[in-house]
Design a protein around this ligand. Structure first.
Ligand SMILES: Nc1ncnc2c1ncn2[C@@H]1O[C@H](COP(=O)(O)OP(=O)(O)OP(=O)(O)O)[C@@H](O)[C@H]1O
Ligand SMILES: [Mg+2]
Length: 321
């Protein structure tokens, strides 16, 4: 790696919570205009590292140094990291469901004129931002009416409104279906073309292989390995080995399932969207579940207690203990 093209360097970062050393001397180097993936098992310290970088945990609450564009940064809050061009999209989506896309995008960064919010300008800019992330949707739409994939795109549109130079995506595809995930990865490629560097935390090795220019593996709060990805070639076994600290002989052990009799069956199940009248999220769906072990059959009413559900025909055949 050529040191001169580094956009980010985190040196010896240590972060302690009461009773937990979440980060223990982590080092991270990210090349400018690249997609850099960070992997590690649950609890390895990935999100904490990104929260340190983005000022969620302010300077003084951790040890070590952060260099962005070669200059040492001492962010006291998120606002300061955003001013420098670092924007984080957290693992949990943080937008307010009852507000519109425009309101969410400009929340805390309202465009004002003579002390009043310039709604017309905000709306106009939102349309442009949505275009950039490939969403053709009314900017007045409430967030609660969007699917998770669309919400994720709005989060990115919001990041773009802040003149982002380093975008951090913490597990962006964990709640997305295959199509939405592919869309998002494509969008990240486009951002890279436009000169935006991305750090992506992901557990999905196929996505890491598809998009990364470099990978860093963190285990127990320490950097285990960091290397460039050449021509999309990612050695998944190597990553897993680094993540868990030992080789996994068989990633998909043979498993013989022994389904029991059908205990629960739904026929012609129709579910209306609780928020949008007339929109069906499920239409005449039929399925059945075979459960080998049912701990407590009284949970079954929960199954059918979705709001405004009309169950045409439910038949329970047998409950196995
Ligand atoms: N606010 C907090 N207070 C106390 N401990 C915390 C806090 N945040 C994180 N931790 C602990 O720090 C360690 C690292 O957590 P972190 O959330 O950074 O892991 P992660 O790699 O992002 O995991 P995941 O893949 O599950 O998101 C864990 O042991 C976690 O329990
Ligand atoms: Mg995390």
């Amino acid at each position: 790696m050529q040191e001169q093209s580094l956009i980010l360097e985190m040196k010896d970062i240590t972060k302690t919570f009461p009773g937990v050393k979440a980060l223990d001397g982590v080092t991270l180097k990210v090349e400018s205009r690249s997609v850099h993936s960070i992997c590690g098992e649950n609890g390895a310290g990935k999100s904490t590292l990104m929260k340190v970088l983005s000022g969620v945990y302010p300077y003084g609450s951790y040890e070590g140094k952060i260099f962005f564009d070669g200059k040492e940064m001492r962010f006291r809050n998120i606002k300061e990291s955003e001013q420098a061009g670092i924007v984080i999209i957290h693992q949990e989506l943080t937008m307010i469901p009852e507000l519109s896309i425009t309101e969410n995008i400009f929340m805390g960064n309202e465009i004002t004129e003579k002390g009043l919010i310039n709604w017309h300008e905000q709306r106009k800019q939102t349309v442009e931002l949505l275009k950039k992330v490939g969403l053709s949707i009314n900017p007045d739409t409430l967030i609660k009416h969007l699917g998770v994939g669309q919400q994720q795109l709005v989060e990115i549109a919001k990041a773009l409104s802040k003149n982002v130079r380093l975008l951090i995506l913490d597990e962006p595809t964990s709640a997305l279906n295959e199509n939405d995930s592919a869309n998002l990865l494509e969008l990240m490629r486009g951002l890279k073309e436009k000169g935006i560097t991305c750090i992506m935390i992901s557990h999905k090795l196929n996505e890491i292989a598809a998009i990364s220019d470099a990978v860093t593996v963190i285990r127990d709060g320490q950097t285990v390995e960091s290397y460039p990805v050449v021509a999309g070639q990612v050695d998944e076994n190597k990553i897993i080995r680094s993540m868990v600290g030992r080789s996994i002989e068989n990633r998909y052990p043979e498993h013989e399932s022994k389904p029991g009799d059908i205990i629960f069956e739904v026929k012609d199940w129709c579910v209306e969207d609780p928020e949008v009248e007339g929109r069906m999220v499920c239409k005449n769906s039929s399925s059945y579940n075979q459960v080998v072990f049912v701990e407590n059959p009284r949970f079954f009413p929960w199954y059918i207690s979705v709001r405004r559900v009309s169950v045409m025909d439910i038949s329970m055949h047998q409950v196995l203990k």
